[in-house]
Design a protein around this ligand. Structure first.
Ligand SMILES: CC(=O)N[C@H]1[C@@H](OP(=O)(O)OP(=O)(O)OC[C@H]2O[C@@H](n3ccc(=O)[nH]c3=O)[C@H](O)[C@@H]2O)O[C@H](CO)[C@H](O)[C@@H]1O
Ligand SMILES: [Mn+2]
Length: 310
């Protein structure tokens, strides 16, 4: 008799435990309101989403964006020896970048013959734009703002839905889709994410238009990824170009060229969407636990060998 009661209580306990376990698993996996990434900030202080793996559902995102039939223009600058990065960048982009959406790459180069023939996926195409080279890498990097401004004004405005400008010395390693789209998009620089703002390498000389005082600043944004709607990217590129012009006439060049001006711009014109360092990693960097996936990364390069000047 005593054994039977014990058995009975044991069974009840097993059944209740089973219900609890199933319930907890259900809550963890199926509650749409759970915070799936408690280990990282997923919004900025102005409530712009910060895109991390686990914070979005690709299928839901595609259901929203696919019917819109959008076109994403993507600019890449490959001047001088940097043309060698095009092959890997474009081939990996064709595997991972905006697959299933219309993409129009614009490759700016002084060496059009060296642009590799890469097979484009459906709806993807590429236009080469011949551009003058320079013997200063700083000049090449910062002139991107001016050329982007012109391209948008002459070609892209009212024609494409979104724009990305990407560094060429990079490679895609994993999915980069419509979750990255927004009105104005910036990326959190891998090396400075989580760092105190007085450590950010903003331009600190008040004589420069890119100046940011130590007590200001939200994030340090990478210059390698800029995105958004054409009218917003146009305003950004034009403003940065004008600030670069003022600096030039005052014979001052910001610490990190157009990246410094971009950071100043984003301080006063907050991006509406922030991409986590998953979208701009660095192949040389040690990975933290919160980095579940690397989508796009700067490849290892020998600066002395590849750049036209030190
Ligand atoms: C990861 C990241 O955020 N990188 C930024 C950083 O250093 P980086 O070390 O990434 O700069 P970089 O040498 O890659 O130059 C930026 C880009 O300019 C182009 N280029 C440069 C030199 C050259 O000879 N030919 C050529 O085509 C190319 O598209 C390259 O990707 O700071 C730069 C400005 O100082 C830019 O803001 C970069 O975007
Ligand atoms: Mn780069």
């Amino acid at each position: 008799m005593r054994n039977m009661t014990l058995n009975f209580y044991l069974r009840i306990t097993i059944i209740i435990t089973a219900f609890l376990v199933v319930g907890l698993v259900f809550l963890r996996n199926y509650t749409p309101y759970r915070n799936s990434r408690p280990d990282v900030p997923t919004t900025s202080l102005w409530l712009a989403p910060i895109v991390w793996d686990g914070t979005f559902d690709v299928k839901m995102i595609d259901n929203i964006y696919k019917p819109k039939n959008i076109t994403v223009a993507t600019t890449v600058f490959a001047l001088g020896k940097y043309v060698r990065f095009l092959k890997d960048l474009l081939e990996s982009a064709e595997q991972h970048f905006m697959v299933g959406y219309r993409v129009h790459y614009y490759v700016f180069t002084d060496l059009p013959d060296k642009v590799p023939a890469v097979t484009m996926g459906e709806g993807h195409r590429l236009t080469v734009i011949k551009t003058a080279g320079s013997n200063r890498w700083q000049e090449i990097s910062l002139r991107r703002m001016e050329l982007l401004e012109k391209l948008i004004k002459n070609e892209l405005m009212n024609k494409v839905d979104y724009i990305f400008s990407l560094d060429v010395d990079s490679k895609f390693y994993s999915h980069w889709g419509a979750e990255s789209l927004g009105d104005l998009v910036g990326v959190l620089h891998a090396w400075f994410f989580g760092s105190y703002r007085n450590n950010f390498p903003y331009e600190r000389r008040p004589e420069s238009q890119a100046y940011i005082p130590y007590e200001e600043g939200d994030y340090y944004y990478g210059g390698a990824v800029i995105g958004g709607r054409p009218e917003n990217v146009y305003k950004l590129a034009k403003t940065c170009r004008m600030q670069l012009d003022v600096d030039r006439s005052n014979q001052i060049e910001a610490a990190w060229q157009e990246e410094s001006h971009l950071n100043k711009y984003f301080l006063y014109n907050k991006p509406t969407k922030l991409l986590s360092p998953e979208y701009l990693w660095d192949d040389t960097k040690w990975k933290f636990n919160h980095m579940k996936v690397v989508r796009f990364s700067q490849v290892v390069k020998n600066y002395a060998e590849i750049r036209p000047n030190p």
